[in-house]
Write a protein of this length. Structure first.
Length: 381
């Protein structure tokens, strides 16, 4: 019988490793389908940890990528818990399931995004609402038993393969801590440990600032629910090497900026350029920019120049004026994070500096005599 005291939420996940080349035919389950699966999951968990019988099991009938679950505030689990707590006790058994009705899940955080549907792993969020006097012991048992022998039962795996239309390599239960650890290892494996450092702070200690350095040495920090990254041009100013080395290093820094921006966006942690010159516009359009100076009437009209790198396309757009003796007066740098964002970036910079919207393609990364990101010293025709 369920306790009448305070219930504490213990987050769990059913992790599905798909067979190579497999893709789910659907990302959400109907209400009836979710209820059927929840009953099978309850049997599995009772077998693994008998004390689960004293808690209320809640299942979200949706298949997510890890990036959708591991977000600040853990919105999928928070929504699952909130919906479960709304249901008056005594109106159901200790198993609650939420599926779609009319093609829609009961709340937006339980709607998987098709943009993340192609990964090799899918995850169904589960939660155990346990009486306060049981929660600590049950949490400890789950941490030990699930990682050690948390394979889903044959009936559960068979049900998933038949109803979701996928072949599975494995189906197993993990605590949320297990999922965090698994994702940490994956990011470390691809040299993204600093990114995980920011994400972990945002999810587990959002009240605390965190600082890190990317693999290429760009300064990173987390503060006030946002991630901040040093601009590639600022980083380049402190980088050593000849022109070719500096150009190559700058292209790598922009690649890293794009990589971090895409992954942080997937985890719903916004990324901004750090520093006094950064302007926090354009992020939603897929670009970032920094304003370095205002137009000088002693120079020519501002113009826009595109720095390009092999395999990356346009890595930066510089706004500059040509002046006496051919010197360039640099006003701003913009960084398109994806190809489709270039048009918006050019439009905004042209409007801001009253420059022609023509973008002069340089075919390379242009550095000035000091090795900084710059613009040509002569007019382009």
């Amino acid at each position: 019988m369920e306790s009448t005291g305070v219930l504490q939420a213990l987050p769990v996940v059913l992790a599905l490793e798909l067979a190579p080349g497999e893709h789910p035919q659907q990302l959400t389950l109907s209400r009836d389908g979710a209820a059927e699966l929840a009953a099978l999951v309850a049997d599995d968990l009772h077998r693994l940890v008998p004390a689960v019988a004293q808690a209320r099991l809640t299942l979200g009938g949706a298949l997510f990528d890890a990036v959708e679950l591991l977000r600040p505030g853990f919105p999928a689990w928070a929504t699952l818990d909130e919906l479960a707590r709304r249901i008056p006790r005594g109106q159901l058994e200790n198993v609650v399931a939420f599926g779609h009705h009319g093609g829609h899940m009961p709340a937006l955080p339980l709607e998987p995004d098709p943009a993340y549907a192609d990964g090799p792993m899918r995850f169904l969020p589960l939660s155990l609402l346990a009486p306060e006097d049981l929660a600590a012991a049950l949490s400890e048992q789950l941490e030990v038993e699930l990682i050690g022998r948390g394979e889903a039962g044959a009936q559960t795996a068979d049900w998933l393969m038949r109803h979701v239309g996928i072949r599975l390599e494995h189906a197993r239960y993990l605590s949320r801590n297990d999922l965090l650890a698994l994702t940490c290892v994956q990011y470390e494996h691809v040299n993204l440990a600093p990114l995980w450092q920011l994400l972990e702070a945002a999810m587990l200690t959002p009240y605390r600032e965190e600082n890190a350095l990317s693999a290429r040495g760009l300064a990173l920090r987390y503060a006030d629910g946002k991630a901040w990254m040093q601009s590639p041009a600022q980083w380049l100013a402190a980088h050593n090497g000849d022109g070719a080395e500096r150009s190559h290093a700058f292209a790598g820094a922009v690649f890293e900026l794009r990589q971090y921006a895409a992954l942080l966006e997937a985890h719903s942690l916004p990324l901004y350029l750090d520093g006094e010159s950064a302007v926090q516009i354009g992020r939603e359009e897929g670009w970032l920019a920094e304003i370095l100076a205002q137009p000088d009437p002693a120079y020519d009209r501002p113009a826009l120049f595109a720095h390009e790198a092999a395999g990356l396309g346009v890595v930066a757009v510089t706004v500059a004026q040509r002046g006496a003796a051919g010197h360039a007066h640099v006003l701003a740098h913009g960084y398109p994070l994806r190809p489709a964002a270039l048009g918006s970036l050019v439009t905004v910079l042209a409007d801001r500096f009253d420059a022609p919207s023509e973008l002069h393609a340089l075919g390379r990364i242009q550095l000035d005599e000091s090795g900084r990101l710059g613009a040509p010293a002569i007019a382009l025709h």
